[in-house]
Design a protein around this ligand. Structure first.
Ligand SMILES: [Zn+2]
Length: 383
């Protein structure tokens, strides 16, 4: 099977993040076992999904890791011109959910595994497929905990998220949080006698916007990003029940996306101090006044120096790669943080097509990725 046939198989498994991924993982396990790889399937506690870690070549030393996620975003509610989970080819485009993000890369990895199985490798090739990446890089974490306990860690990790085969040296980190604003109920005719939780939420949002303006004006900058500073954004707000009751609850979800130079925990601490100051101002009259902040999820950013060894290595397997930074997050920062290994992001297809109806990858992008991985296998045979 070549990469395109493998992609057809992988797209056929509807591995949206909410659904089990065992059918895909079983397929990959059988395929890699058939090639002589050492394959470990690591199910989650509920045994509904699993990570997969495989090694081709010697198992007594560190190798190079190709990593990606097996889950895809849903196609529901999107206007597809055909079945999202059946690969369709039109001219040089391969349409289907996950073709760009990121089963195109997984297919190319499986194709390279066949080449690796026929090549005597001095350095092993590792493969890691995770689950639940799309809901905040959640599924990879237990696999990283297990890998971190081993005697040696991979020497380097390539994450094949879609970069149009450019070398991505970094992306921002992200933290999601929920603020619950607590007020005091009253009849709306007597509104000033209560404490309006929605008004409190508005004051909190104003504080977030002041922080954002301050970061934009005085914080760190990295001009390689479209938005060259860390950002704070409110995504949802809910509050109140009916018009004639002063609302007691308002909740809002917000996120902080940070440059590598900024510490999201420090920004969150400053926001928590703002929240406490705003609530404390009402406590004399209303002891219940509070703005409680709960951290929902976070993953670290990624920042690789242009003169890093991994970049020099990539130049030996890619023809004059363009260096870039990406707007979306990856599992890469977690690999670096948990295993202390260098990570680079490079894969076929573009996120311009990811997560949309009629997602596609071009056959040319798959070929370029196949070429890169073939050269990588060649390098692993040498040293
Ligand atoms: Zn992805």
């Amino acid at each position: 099977m070549g990469s395109i046939e493998l992609l057809e198989e992988l797209v056929g498994f509807p591995t949206v993040s909410a659904a089990p991924n065992f059918a895909l993982i079983d397929f990959v396990r059988d395929y890699l076992t058939g090639l002589g790889a050492t394959v470990e399937v690591m199910p989650n506690a509920e045994r509904s999904k699993a990570n997969l870690f495989a090694t081709l070549g010697p198992t007594d030393r560190a190798g190079v890791l190709l990593a990606g996620h097996s889950d895809v975003v849903p196609a529901e509610g999107q206007n597809w011109s055909g079945d999202p989970f059946a690969l369709r080819r039109k001219d040089d485009r391969l349409y289907g959910r996950g073709t760009a993000d990121m089963k195109g890369f997984l297919a190319s990895v499986l194709n390279a595994a066949e080449l690796a199985s026929k090549t005597p490798l001095a350095t092993p090739l590792h493969i890691a497929f995770s689950y639940d990446e799309e809901i905040g890089c959640v599924g990879v974490r237990p696999m990283l905990e297990r890998l971190a306990r081993r005697d040696f860690h991979p020497r380097a990790c390539f994450i094949g998220e879609p970069t149009s085969m450019k070398l991505a040296l970094g992306h921002k980190g992200k933290m999601a949080a929920r603020a619950t604003c607590c007020g005091v109920a009253a009849h709306s005719a007597l509104a000033p006698t209560g404490l309006n939780a929605i008004h409190l939420a508005c004051d909190f949002i104003a504080a977030l916007r002041t922080r954002q303006n301050d970061i934009a004006a005085h914080g760190h900058r990295d001009e390689a990003y479209d938005v060259p500073y860390s950002t704070i954004h409110v995504g949802t707000i809910r509050g109140g029940t009916v018009l004639n009751i002063v609302p007691t609850r308002a909740t809002l979800d917000f996120e902080i996306r940070t440059l590598a130079q900024d510490d999201e925990a420090a920004i969150l601490s400053a926001i928590e101090a703002d929240a406490e100051r705003l609530a404390a101002a009402h406590r004399a009259a209303h002891p219940e006044a509070a703005i409680d902040i709960e951290k929902l999820n976070a993953y670290p950013g990624l920042d690789v120096a242009a003169d890093a060894e991994i970049v020099a290595f990539m130049r030996t397997i890619l023809d004059e790669p363009e260096l870039t930074r990406i707007a979306f997050g990856t599992e890469g920062g977690l690999y670096t943080r948990e295993l202390g290994i260098p990570v680079i992001v490079c894969g076929p297809g573009s996120m311009d097509q990811g997560h949309k109806a009629d997602e596609f990858v071009t056959t040319r992008q798959i070929e370029l990725c196949d070429d890169m991985l073939a050269r990588l296998v060649g390098r692993l045979a040498e040293d």
